[in-house]
Design a protein around this ligand. Structure first.
Ligand code: NAD
Length: 338
């Protein structure tokens, strides 16, 4: 049976990097049925809606999507499609692996997977103004929410991920010394769950400010990390920076009923349509997707082919100092996979 996957090429460089990625996935020898759907500006132009019902229906059916970057239309009251997808499919875990690919940089041995809680914390959008001394905007307030159910599922996912990927340690990042209720609850639940896995996965907790410094000083000490939404947002970009920036950063958004894989970077309108885009981040996201559906060997093969193409073959796109076009790079990876 072929794997049925919703494919959202998206905007800007999206169609170019998606084409390259589909070619590489086909080269694995696995069979796929691609249900191509619209999202972002491409969808606004065609239907007036950045997230058309047909796209949602497709993901409901396939439960699996590979997504190019989407341009969030500015103004016009459009909601962020990425946030809408997260909410619609309850994609509670954002998984961001970061591994050194090109040796000889500042950090040669980084291999971190950060699992960020994706639906709660300070990002639930509950904000309000409070009047102070007649000034209606004299005070601004944001509500952070951590639920037992929400914390449990994302922390458990981090431990299960560690086991599936033969990882040794989970570090839970928090600020429970100050935010005693919200991140205190997250830490308490982390300790409970860690006890269940004590014989298989080591556990430590770390306060977020120390963690931000430790990541720069000695990133090799980290393995799998799990944290709340805001801390995860910031730390995941910091970690991408350790291994060469967003051009090589994939992400998976995992829910109980669906999972969506994507590159972390945006639609790069400045280089769209010129064959300059590096498809590596979406290719690495595709490798994550293969592992997510149990095709671990094919996932490893795709990842190894990307690394060999960049490091051994020195076929690189312009952002990595090379001259290969998006298609040339994709073809070179596909040859290595096949
Ligand atoms: P961006 O990531 O698109 O671009 C930042 C810089 O990185 C640009 O100079 C771009 O040329 C370069 N770049 C990005 N990806 C590249 C690649 N694969 N190869 C080579 N160079 C690459 O960020 P931005 O310009 O702030 O955002 C552009 C649009 O993308 C915005 O509309 C934003 O809302 C959207 N966006 C979407 C997502 C998503 O769908 N997941 C994520 C971030 C931004």
């Amino acid at each position: 049976m072929p794997y049925d996957i919703t494919l959202i090429p998206g905007d800007g460089i999206g169609p170019e990097i998606t084409d390259a990625t589909v070619k590489v996935l086909e080269a694995t020898g696995l069979a796929f049925t691609w249900d191509r759907q619209l999202g972002g500006m491409a969808a606004v132009d065609a239907t007036g809606d950045p997230l058309p019902p047909a796209t949602l229906d497709s993901i409901r059916r396939t439960k699996l999507a590979l997504k190019g970057p989407l341009t969030t239309p500015v103004g016009g009251g459009f909601r962020s499609v990425n946030v809408a997808l997260r909410k619609e499919f309850q994609l509670y875990a954002n998984v961001r692996p970061a591994k050194t690919i090109i040796p000889g940089g500042r950090f040669d041995h980084v291999d971190i997977v950060l699992v960020r809680e994706n639906l709660e914390g300070l990002y639930i959008g509950q904000e309000r103004w409070v009047e102070v001394d007649g000034d209606p905007h004299g005070q601004a307030e944001s509500v952070a929410v951590v639920t037992r159910v929400g914390a449990e599922r994302v922390i458990r996912y981090a431990f299960e991920y560690a086991i599936r990927h033969h990882r040794k340690k989970v570090t839970l990042v928090h600020k429970a010394n100050i935010l005693k209720y919200t991140t205190g609850l997250f830490l308490e639940i982390g300790r409970e769950i860690a006890a269940e896995y004590a014989d298989r996965v080591a556990f430590e907790d770390m306060i977020v400010d120390n963690c931000a410094m430790q990541l720069v000083i000695r990133p090799e000490q980290f393995d799998v990390m799990v944290t709340t939404n805001l801390f995860g947002d910031i730390l995941s970009d910091e970690i991408s920076g350790l291994v060469g920036g967003l051009g090589l950063a994939p992400g998976g958004n995992i829910g109980s009923d669906a999972a969506i894989f994507e590159a972390v970077h945006g639609s790069a309108p400045d280089i769209a349509g010129q064959g300059l885009a590096n498809p590596s981040a979406l290719l690495l996201a595709a490798a994550m997707m293969l592992e997510h559906i149990g095709e671990d060997e094919a996932g490893r093969r795709v990842r190894r082919a990307i690394i060999a193409t960049i490091v051994a073959d020195e076929v690189r796109t312009r952002d990595l100092g090379g001259t290969a076009s998006t298609q040339e790079f994709g073809d070179a990876v596909a040859r290595r996979v096949g």
